[in-house]
Design a protein around this ligand. Structure first.
Ligand SMILES: Cc1ncc(COP(=O)(O)O)c(C=O)c1O
Length: 407
């Protein structure tokens, strides 16, 4: 039989897809898997997936779900889940009406909806760097330009003065996005810092978006939400998620909420296009939202202990720069190395201490500005106290050996 040798031309993929970042950790995770195959134990301190078990109430609720059709949920969420989110917010001192809440697929979708709702192509949103690295991907999806304002490890990554932030506001700026408490820095913004942002969004007529997925994870000082500022109630958009506080990352239940009906009704149109959020998970999560403290308190207490262990352990490693993270479950640490990416790769690829090593994230991936965070890493408090202690010991020994080899 004759074969057809015509050459197939292949259409190109979009510039946007080419620009879309892959996870900065992908390469290191692949190396970690190889290392495990040869019998090395790897402590994962690289991602925000806590090791704690999900409370049984989630599974008990699953069993109660009627075994009829698994139907689409309404695009704004199942009424029971919306009421449960309303109750959750009431419990943390925030009042929303049911029509001000849309259930989303995790906080991730809430952020994409918010960006798509307030921005046209290449409009700008100010972020503070280092920031949650997936904001880059969300901005690429929504075709929005993130404009980073640099923070400094010297003051634990707190916000700069208003005049400094103002320099980054242009005619294309539509909003300011904060993560409070912050991933990756652990900073919890003071009331005064939030007031600074409130004045700026008033003066320049901007939206203020706040990603508060770590709201309860506060170990120092007091937490203030942007929803506390009624004077900008038409400009605030709250982005939130059940993932971390109830330890249900895989349930994919988040929320976008705002007192601004234009924002919510517009975001809902994006919601209608994706039809709905998973029906079963929406139902299973409801009891946790209704009684949040019962489920979040033990999780937060555990992370406070881990934070203290990490802070103490860092004081025993010569040459590192660090601060006390006030919230969330991450810290950015300055290392006595020139290239933390090289250090992290060497640590996972070549170093071990009694057949054990650690996977941590180079901080460059959390910065948008080239050349920033070159000597920094992010450590996530993902393991139990004993394993956290062991991991920090290994990191200390690795820095010592690395410094002899490469510095
Ligand atoms: C700051 C921040 N926002 C949003 C998310 C997204 O969370 P999810 O989509 O699981 O709700 C994460 C996840 O790590 C995060 O750290």
């Amino acid at each position: 039989m004759e074969t057809n040798h015509t050459i197939q031309t292949v259409p190109s993929i979009s510039n946007r897809a080419q620009k879309m970042q892959a996870s900065p950790l992908r390469k290191l995770s692949a190396i970690a898997e190889e290392r495990k195959k040869i019998g090395i134990k790897v402590y994962h301190l690289n991602i925000g997936q806590p090791d704690l078990p999900t409370d049984p109430v989630f599974y008990e609720e699953l069993l109660k779900i009627p075994r009829s059709t698994v139907a689409y949920a309404p695009s704004n969420g199942i009424p029971q889940t919306i009421r449960a989110w309303k109750k959750y917010f009431e419990n943390v001192g925030i009042e929303f009406d049911e029509n001000e809440i849309i259930v989303t697929q995790g906080g991730s979708e809430a952020i994409i909806f918010a960006m798509s709702t307030i921005c046209d192509t290449q409009d700008e949103i100010i972020v503070f760097e280092p920031f949650y690295t997936n904001y880059n991907g969300f901005a690429t999806l929504a075709d929005v330009k993130l404009v980073p304002v640099a923070l400094s490890i010297k003051n634990g990554f707190h916000l700069p003065p208003a005049e400094e932030i103002e320099k980054y506001i242009t005619p294309r700026t539509k909003g300011i996005l904060i993560t409070n408490p912050s991933n990756p820095t652990g900073a919890v913004y003071t009331r005064e810092e939030l007031e600074r942002l409130v004045s700026l969004v008033q003066k320049h007529n901007l939206f203020l978006l706040s990603d508060e997925v770590y709201r309860e994870f506060v170990y120092e000082g007091e937490f203030f939400s942007i929803m506390d500022f009624e004077e900008i109630s038409q400009q605030t958009i709250l982005l939130d998620s059940a993932s971390k506080r109830f330890n249900v990352c895989g349930a994919r239940i988040g929320v976008i909420a705002s007192h601004n009906q234009d924002v919510i009704q517009s975001a809902l149109k994006f919601g209608m296009a994706r039809l709905s959020v998973a029906t079963i998970e929406q139902l299973a999560i409801s009891p946790m939202l209704i009684e949040p403290k019962k489920y979040t308190d033990p999780i937060v207490q555990e992370f406070r202990k881990r934070r203290d262990v990490v802070y103490q352990a860092l004081s025993e490693i010569p040459g590192v720069t660090y601060y006390k993270p006030e919230g969330a479950f991450y810290i950015i640490v300055g290392l006595p190395v020139k290239d933390s990416e090289h250090f992290c790769q060497w640590l996972i690829e070549e170093f071990d201490c009694n057949n054990e090593t650690v996977l941590i994230a180079p901080a460059q991936g959390f910065y948008a500005t080239e050349g920033k965070g070159l000597n920094e890493v992010r450590i996530a408090f993902m393991l139990n106290i004993e394993d956290m202690k062991k991991s920090l010991k290994i990191i200390g020994l690795a820095i010592e050996e690395y410094s002899k080899k490469f510095n």
